[in-house]
Design a protein around this ligand. Structure first.
Ligand SMILES: NC(=O)c1ccc[n+]([C@@H]2O[C@H](COP(=O)([O-])OP(=O)(O)OC[C@H]3O[C@@H](n4cnc5c(N)ncnc54)[C@H](OP(=O)(O)O)[C@@H]3O)[C@@H](O)[C@H]2O)c1
Length: 354
């Protein structure tokens, strides 16, 4: 086994009102960890690049459930790895683990018991069948948000011919949300996304009825054309002007799934950002619900939701794509690329094989 090690650190903060860049990160050699009694030594296999990480680059993340990354420290996020040495009787060499706080390192030791331990879960081999990165996408927070968000906040009723619009529709959450909306009974699912390739993907591969490229098409016009009966459910991943436009075409008593607002993550606006008076008036006049949705509030639903996604995936009812960056060195670029629309499906970093 190689005794060299590498990690990704936060070198500088972009500033709350600026876009992040790869220069905010530093990939550097670091010590190979020694395993102490009670610990496990893990090799990182896959890391997840997620929009919420942009908030962790700020000193003030704007939330109480996310801490800021510290300067010059190893950053962390969702990850999957394999136990390569165990000095803890609850874990064995070869077991695959996942955690929401996986350090962006090739090798790390974890304290897995005691007060300050890292919460890790063993990955069920039959669930992933060696496709370990699914734990970060389809069976991770974004896939789960697509399913639970639609079910908890979408109010879809079978056979009622509802129209669902999804923004960032070719991304990890959006691609799942749109497919779930179809499976739950919507007769018209419209995705808004940022390239013709993404539009083709969601209509030809995922079964969305229509796609709108917000970078090249008139969204107002396209929405009127593709949603002749108005919008009943809006799965909102982006916020800002795209959402204002969708909300204008929403029906009375319709519902917004407030999943994310990526269009304003490079600003110091609070979350959720304030709406314009015009948009607020529309929500009130038409009795449109827009409750905040946070997947971490539904941890009790994870096992059943993962089982549902697994069933749909195995039977081909749901498709799921990944954009994979190769090596830890490529991780900062993968994160920046995802923030600027470079991904289709889930943005993953492949660090090593088991
Ligand atoms: N509520 C929760 O518990 C929860 C959990 C997970 C994620 N989220 C939120 O869900 C959203 C999607 O997350 P994800 O992990 O699935 O990411 P993703 O959609 O796979 O990737 C982000 C996508 O956002 C789009 N985007 C970036 N800047 C944009 C802008 N200014 N305007 C419009 N679109 C923009 C890009 O696609 P285009 O090419 O289409 O622009 C990019 O590919 C994020 O807002 C995230 O914070 C919420």
């Amino acid at each position: 086994m190689s005794r060299t090690n590498k990690r990704v650190c936060l070198k500088s903060r972009p500033g709350e009102n600026s876009a992040p860049s790869v220069d905010n990160f530093h990939v550097e050699d670091c010590e190979f960890p020694e395993v102490q009694d009670g610990q496990i030594l893990v090799k990182t296999l896959y890391l997840s690049a997620d929009p919420y990480m942009r908030c962790r680059m700020n000193l003030d993340t704007g939330t109480d459930y996310m801490s800021p990354w510290k300067l010059d420290d190893t950053i962390d996020g969702s990850g999957v790895g394999v136990v390569i040495e165990s000095r803890n009787s609850s874990f064995s060499r070869g077991e695959i683990l996942e955690s929401f706080h996986w350090p962006w390192k090739q090798y790390a030791t974890f304290d897995v018991q005691g007060f300050n331990c890292l919460i890790v879960n063993k990955v069920e081999p039959t669930l992933v069948e060696k496709h370990y990165s699914l734990m970060l996408g389809l069976y991770g927070v974004s896939g789960l948000s697509g399913l639970v968000g639609i079910r908890e906040k979408g109010h879809i009723t079978k056979d009622s011919k509802q129209t669902c619009v999804v923004s960032a529709a070719a991304g990890s959450c959006g691609s799942v949300a749109g497919q779930v909306a179809r499976l739950e009974g919507c007769s018209n699912v419209v995705g808004i996304c940022g390239s013709d390739e993404k539009c083709a993907y969601i209509t030809e591969d995922l079964g969305f009825q229509h796609a709108i490229n917000y970078k090249t098409q008139d969204v107002v016009e396209q929405l009127s054309e593709t949603c002749p009966n108005g919008v009943d459910v809006y799965f909102d991943n982006v916020g800002a002007s795209i959402s204002d436009t969708v909300i204008k075409q929403m029906n009375k008593n319709s519902h917004i799934v407030l999943c994310g607002q990526i269009a304003v993550y490079n600003t110091d606006l609070p979350y959720p950002p304030p709406l314009s008076q015009e948009t607020q008036d529309i929500l009130q006049e038409r009795n449109i619900t827009r409750e905040r949705f946070l997947i971490l509030n539904y941890v009790d639903q994870f096992p059943n939701s993962i089982a549902q996604l697994h069933l749909w995936y195995k039977t081909g009812a749901i498709k799921f794509r990944e954009t994979v960056a190769e090596s830890l060195d490529a991780a900062p670029e993968a994160f920046i690329s995802m923030m600027t629309g470079g991904n289709i499906g889930k943005q993953i970093v492949h660090v090593a094989d088991p």
